[in-house]
Write a protein that binds this ligand. Structure first.
Ligand code: NAD
Length: 434
């Protein structure tokens, strides 16, 4: 099988390579250390430094939220509510599939688990470049559908202004507090807690390389949803695909940021070449071309495979891209042929932008190949599945006790063995003394 690169990155790769590296890691480490030591004072320092933002209070009061809401156009509020209904309906349907469990695995031995919502969650809604208000629906609505009792929302200012529609979305989604703070300082404040921000048990939400690295660095004391960094898109197309559609949909993601891998894998050289031309034409009229072009030139790839769709799906799996769009005659084939993706978009009537903005599935999705081990954000991520056990008869406990005594001694755990022995001797009616 040979692969032809109609457009490649240098070197041709499946690394979904985006900016990380020592500079991002060291900036993030410095901010985290300072927020740990100095709390709110450090948050203010870095907010001034990175966002030129230092209001009297980062947290919005109820009155400020109402005033901000009143500036958002009525149609935008209606649209936010409609999208939030989709996101809530799907999240609740997913919640209904998660059940508590209790089973008697041998006579008298009861094992079970309960799904308990995390109590305090921090939701990050990105916004350095665009007001990503859809991330408010995805994180906050989903947390609330899972039963999270307290949601702290943080979002950055955009060019020194409060993003009104993001605040409206966060408020309508049910955020319990909203802070206008961005980047590492927001992530660190929610993970570590400061004088004015409660320490969260879990952080959710996408973001740029700084946000993703901050979540990674803080994982441990605080839980994180997944590695949802700079966005990625990959299209699998056959010879029936429309090159104009391929080009439009690749650029729809390339505009996210200058570090967006956008990849077309196709079985058709004609589709590949026409898509490349169409991208150049479409960039000329795209008002976000300053970002999309940088991204496309650095990370855009068009690959023609000669091994048919099976090879295309296998190569797509190697990328493990965040968004995979299937533009083939039989798009549902991908459901059985592919294993590694954040979300699949099946057929020409379905586009990644629907998933990003309106359709109701979650848009917080794994990037940088983390789709090999996780799917995207969903209600299950906000639940702890905690087990319990009960042995309800002396006989069952006695039998287990004998087994436990032997199993523990095989590991040289005499103290564990005694706990088992105690129950076994009770069953046998023997006195026991250590
Ligand atoms: P952002 O909110 O993630 O980041 C903005 C913040 O970054 C600023 O507030 C600032 O504090 C910090 N920052 C910027 N430059 C810095 C520097 N040089 N040093 C230290 N801190 C700095 O917003 P964004 O930048 O617009 O990025 C949003 C990202 O979210 C995009 O990359 C997009 O692709 C991604 N995204 C991913 C998903 C997903 O599910 N994977 C979904 C939506 C969006």
């Amino acid at each position: 099988m040979t692969r032809q690169y109609i457009k490649s990155v240098a070197p041709p790769s499946t690394t979904n390579g985006v900016k990380t590296g020592p500079d991002v890691a060291s900036i993030v480490a410095e901010v985290i250390a300072d927020v740990k030591q100095q709390g709110d004072a450090a948050v203010r320092h870095y907010s001034e430094k990175f966002d030129k933002w230092s209001p009297a209070s980062f947290r919005l009061s109820e009155e400020e939220i109402q005033n901000i809401m009143s500036t958002v156009p009525e149609q935008t509020i209606k649209d936010i509510k409609e999208v939030q209904e989709n996101v809530r309906a799907f999240a609740l349907a997913q919640r209904a599939t998660i059940t508590d469990l209790e089973v008697e695995i041998r006579p008298g031995v009861i094992l079970g688990h309960r799904n308990i919502p995390i109590e305090v969650v921090g939701c990050y809604i990105p916004g350095g470049r665009y007001p990503l208000l859809a991330s408010a629906h995805m994180t906050i609505i989903t947390a609330k559908a899972a039963g999270v009792s307290h949601v702290v929302a943080c979002t950055p200012p955009i060019l020194g202004k409060i993003p009104a529609s993001t605040v409206a979305a966060a408020h309508l989604a049910g955020a319990d507090e909203i802070h206008i703070i961005g980047g590492t300082q927001a992530i660190a404040a929610m993970a570590l807690g400061t004088e004015s921000i409660p320490q969260c048990h879990f952080l959710a939400g996408p973001g740029n390389a700084f946000v993703a690295e901050a979540k990674r660095a803080l994982f441990g004391p605080v839980g994180i949803d997944l590695f949802a960094g700079p966005t990625e898109v990959l299209i699998v197309a056959d010879d029936a695909a429309d090159p104009f559609t391929c080009a439009t949909d690749l650029l729809s993601q390339a505009e996210h940021g200058p570090d967006t891998p956008a990849v077309l894998i196709t079985t058709s050289k004609a589709v590949a070449e026409a898509t490349l031309l169409s991208i150049e034409r479409q960039l000329a009229s795209l008002c976000t071309a300053d970002v999309a072009r940088v991204s496309w030139e650095a990370f855009g790839e068009i690959i023609v495979v000669d091994g048919g769709l099976d090879e295309a799906f296998a190569l797509a799996d190697e990328f493990a891209s965040e968004h995979v769009q299937i533009l083939t005659r039989e798009p549902r084939e991908a459901l059985t042929k592919m294993k590694h993706y954040g979300a699949l978009f099946l057929g020409k009537n379905t586009c990644v932008s629907y998933g990003d903005k309106v359709i109701g599935t979650n848009h917080v999705l794994p990037t940088r190949k983390s789709a090999h081990y996780t799917g995207g954000l969903w209600v299950g991520k906000f639940l702890k599945t905690c087990t319990y056990q009960e042995v309800v008869s002396d006989e069952a406990s006695g039998k287990l006790g004998l087994l436990c005594g032997r199993a523990a001694r095989a590991e040289n755990f005499e103290g564990h063995a005694r706990s088992g022995d105690l129950r076994a001797h009770q069953l046998l009616g023997e006195e026991i003394e250590w």
